[in-house]
Write a protein that binds this ligand. Structure first.
Ligand code: UD1
Ligand code: MG
Length: 454
């Protein structure tokens, strides 16, 4: 019997095609809350501080591997060339598990809602049993494998396709997750055959084979919602709705005001501080952190950005990756910010694009200002110092620097650096033609009257 302090390794099954998604993208790469399904499985397992994370890939393997590595470069992908069943899939991890002593937890890449608590309970149950399977009471047992229990012992798992009517009447179903000692599991898998209705090597045969060796299996249970697997786009949409519901509840619980919670969309890693206010119709893409007391006003879209305390964003603002807003900064309506630091208390209030830039503390960027950061091939930086006043409709043609306390006149096209404290006027000089406005207007009105008379 084992203690729950043993090292553990994750084996995540993600080789299936996901035919019913009707997609060119491998099923486990479809996003939930902005992260691929497989990453959700990895994140759930990461709570156990696994020594190894092994993902079994097959269909779209190279793409899946890329996403897996992007999330955790220490994770290993192993390839299952032919999808011969869940037992065969786990066997592909044998080599990657060499030299590992401890428990393996098998998870599915398409089952994103498994909680840390459930995984911990599975490992804890290993203290009394050799094999631990995660089961759930199914509202509609349908195609799920059934758990045949004898007291607290799991005698065997029978796949729906292979089940007798009596077995089909069982409602305790197999989630697919299993925990066992790595060496024991690999030994038992070597004995799994494919003499069944699907002609596949079933992972689910392991408990029955274990029993023939005097080993014991048991089931730990969780709610059905946790074991929800994604097979279709409709199920993906349902899972997204569930995910959003949870994120909203979590935000409210943590002291965030959501004026209309059902209209706010979160990513898996959205962080909102205490007393943040989010107005209706706001979308958080991946990688957003918002510090305490900031306000995100209606119809704003944020991704990959950091919002300082008490800053105000929107309404109708777009913050793209690399936008860094200092405390008390202000981003107003129809303003787009990308890869730019907006200093403490600085303001970009109306109709602007600020990209690849740094705006110093307390500076004010006038309406319609644009950083011309792209020459068609390269991106260039704009640096604006502290307490600068950029006049409305200034074009800052990068690379360019505006020094501390400088100003630019409205409508200027700034192509060279502005020293600190200077005023830059980069626009045509105005000429007034005496009386010409009135004379021109009179002539045009006369032309219009003539036309009507014809
Ligand atoms: C499996 C279980 C069933 C359980 C159900 C829960 C078996 C034999 N059956 O059935 O008891 O109730 O899950 O959803 O295990 N995979 C591979 N390689 C393969 C086959 C599958 O990587 O060769 C992966 C799939 O991508 C998927 C997971 O394993 O993530 C489960 O496979 P799937 O074909 O969906 O199994 P089910 O028939 O649903
Ligand atoms: Mg399935």
């Amino acid at each position: 019997m084992q203690s729950d302090e043993r090292p553990c390794a994750l084996v995540i099954l993600a080789a299936g095609q996901g035919t019913r998604m009707n997609s060119d993208l491998p099923k486990v790469l479809h996003p939930l809350g902005g992260a691929p399904l497989v990453v959700h499985a990895m994140q759930a397992g990461a709570a156990l501080a696994p020594e190894r994370t092994i993902v079994v890939v097959g269909h779209g393997g190279a793409l899946v591997e890329k996403a897996v590595q992007a999330h955790d470069e220490d994770a290993t992908c192993v390839t299952q060339t032919e999808q011969l069943g869940t037992g065969h899939a786990v066997q592909q991890a044998a080599k990657a598990l060499e030299g590992f002593e401890g428990d393996v937890i098998v998870l599915y890449g398409d089952t994103p809602f498994i909680s840390e608590d459930t995984l911990a309970r599975m490992l804890a149950a290993r203290a009394a049993h050799d094999i631990v399977v995660l089961g759930f009471e199914a509202a509609d047992p349908g195609r799920y494998g059934r758990l045949v229990m004898e007291g607290d012992r799991l005698a065997r798992i029978v796949e729906a396709k292979d089940a007798t009517p009596d077995e089909l009447a069982l409602t305790l179903c197999n989630s697919g997750l299993m925990a066992a000692d790595a060496t024991t599991l690999m030994g038992l898998l070597a004995e799994v055959g494919n003499d069944n209705a699907s002609g596949e090597y079933y992972l689910t045969d392991v408990p029955a084979i274990a029993a023939t060796k005097g080993l014991t299996a048991t089931a730990v249970t969780c709610g059905e919602a946790e074991t929800l697997g994604i097979n279709t786009r409709a199920e993906l949409a349902g899972a997204e709705a569930l995910f959003q519901q949870r994120k909203r509840a979590e935000a409210l619980e943590n002291g965030v005001t959501l004026v209309a919670p059902e209209t706010v969309f979160f990513a898996h890693d959205t962080y909102l501080g205490r007393d943040v206010v989010v107005e209706p119709n706001v979308v958080f893409g991946p990688g957003v952190t918002v510090e305490n007391d900031a306000q995100i006003r209606a119809f704003s879209h944020l991704e990959g950005c950091h919002i300082g305390a008490r800053a105000i964003v929107g309404p109708y603002a777009r913050l793209r990756p690399g936008a860094e807003l200092g405390n008390d900064a202000r981003i107003g309506n129809f303003v787009e910010v990308k890869a730019a630091e907006i200093g403490e208390g600085a303001k970009v209030n109306h109709l602007s694009y600020i990209g690849d830039a740094e705006i110093g503390e307390g500076s004010n960027i006038g309406a319609g200002t644009i950083t011309c950061n792209y020459d068609g091939v390269f991106k260039h930086r704009t640096t604006v110092g502290r307490d600068v006043f950029i006049g409305s409709n200034t074009m800052l043609v990068a690379p360019v620097t505006v020094g501390d306390g400088a100003m630019t006149g409205s409508g200027s096209v700034i192509t060279s650096d502005v020293p600190a404290g200077d005023m830059a006027l980069g626009r045509a000089k105005q000429v007034n033609k005496t009386g010409l406005g009135a004379r021109l207007m009179a002539r045009l009105r006369a032309m219009k009257a003539d036309k009507k008379g014809q």
